[in-house]
Write a protein that binds this ligand. Structure first.
Ligand SMILES: *[C@@H]1O[C@H](CO)[C@@H](O)[C@H](O)[C@H]1NC(C)=O
Ligand SMILES: *[C@@H]1O[C@H](CO)[C@@H](O)[C@H](O)[C@H]1NC(C)=O
Ligand SMILES: *[C@@H]1O[C@H](CO)[C@@H](O)[C@H](O)[C@H]1NC(C)=O
Length: 348
């Protein structure tokens, strides 16, 4: 049963050398969302993530740190964690005070939302990248250039430029932030990566299906769109390719991809589509490579509806010939073996 399948051209494609799945970086990230209702009322929520795992959160009605992973409390004693709560609470109060003051100076109106995303990314080549990005009402506002140690406005208006200047004027704080992102954050990310090794290194296998998008109305020569939907995989790096007659389809206008998107259950999904000509006559398959597959790939053919085409008949014929040839070879080698070391042979 398997032999004919092995002889189909697309199956051979899977055995070709193909580029490896890219390596993953690891990001330790703090997200701070603040809703400024008015000068005296602000709601804040702080979340820490390692990769895509939420590790800690803090809701500032109580300002207590919540540990969201069993290993998230490692590294500091309970008293040290309480000290952290105090420090964070203090920093957040300063942040609220500063923002309210700036807003008053600039005559900005309430309510508004600010979002801060800061942390560091450990890259596969052993280097790291720090970041500190601030958004306002859903748009980029100012960012910290970690290498230069300078704040950069991400909007051209007066408020953003003014805040850029104020932040840069406080160069001791900028130097301290540079150190925090280049050194402290990297060390923290490495320790958390050790504590959370098991969660971070878990492997979830992808599930993939191939289907054709609703075909165009009869008579139109429009191409058919084949879609390969891959979901449920973890970690994030994955490689999805289309094979046409066993050959990988190169980059270009025929391919489109959704990019890797998160699922609600901490796995990922991706959709890759291939536009194919209306005149068929080719075999297609979607190939998925992922670390959970132990070096093999998932291969999902499309066009199972015509498996008895000439390709398969030729395949089966070749298969039968191959089996017969193998049987002859085996029979011969056995015969020669018996002759060579049979009973009574002088060499035994
Ligand atoms: C500020 O906003 C909060 C929440 O929306 C509201 O309860 C409070 O009355 C407001 N205070 C002032 C001074 O407007
Ligand atoms: C490490 O990788 C990053 C991103 O992939 C690249 O920008 C950087 O130049 C690399 N650094 C070294 C020293 O190879
Ligand atoms: C790729 O797919 C997206 C939606 O998934 C679509 O908006 C976009 O136009 C497509 N691009 C091409 C070149 O087909």
């Amino acid at each position: 049963m398997l032999l004919p399948l092995l002889l189909l051209p697309w199956a051979w494609g899977a055995l070709d050398a193909s580029p490896p799945v890219p390596q993953e970086s690891l990001t330790l990230r703090l997200l701070l969302t603040s809703v400024f209702h008015n000068a005296s009322s602000t709601d804040m929520e702080l979340t820490a993530l390692l990769g895509n795992l939420e590790t800690h959160s803090m809701d500032c009605s109580t300002c207590k740190i919540r540990f969201l992973q069993p290993w998230a409390q490692l590294g500091l004693t309970p008293v040290e964690w309480q000290d952290q709560e105090t420090v964070i609470h203090h920093d957040l109060s300063n942040f609220i005070g500063l923002v309210n003051e700036l807003v008053k100076d600039e005559g900005e109106g309430y309510p508004f939302v600010t979002q801060v995303s800061t942390g560091c990314e450990l890259l596969p080549n052993g280097t790291s990248r720090g970041f500190y990005d601030v958004g306002m009402n859903g748009e980029d506002f100012v960012s910290f250039n970690v290498d230069a140690g300078k704040w950069v406005a991400r909007r051209g208006d007066k408020l953003a430029l003014h805040i850029q200047d104020i932040l840069n004027y406080n160069w001791p704080a900028a130097n301290k932030l540079q150190f925090l992102l280049k050194t402290t954050c990297v060390n923290k990310a490495k320790s958390f990566a050790r504590y959370g090794k098991e969660s971070l290194e878990r492997q979830e296998r992808p599930v993939a299906v191939v289907f054709a998008r609703v075909p165009p109305p009869a008579g139109t020569p429009a191409p058919v769109l084949l879609v390969c939907r891959v979901t449920g995989f973890y970690p994030r790096p994955v490689r999805v390719a289309w094979l046409q007659d066993g050959e990988e389809v190169g980059p270009g206008g025929r391919l489109n991809s959704s990019g890797i998107l998160p699922n609600a259950d901490l796995t990922y999904q991706l959709r890759s589509s291939l536009a194919v000509g209306p005149g068929a006559g080719h075999s297609y398959a979607c190939r998925v490579q992922h670390s959970s597959l132990g070096g093999r790939s998932l291969l999902i053919p499309w066009g199972y509806s015509r498996p008895w085409g000439p390709g398969l008949i030729v395949g089966i014929t070749l298969g039968v010939v191959a089996v017969a040839a193998m049987a002859v070879v085996l029979w011969w080698s056995r015969r020669r073996g018996y002759q060579g070391i049979g009973p009574g042979d002088p060499r035994v």
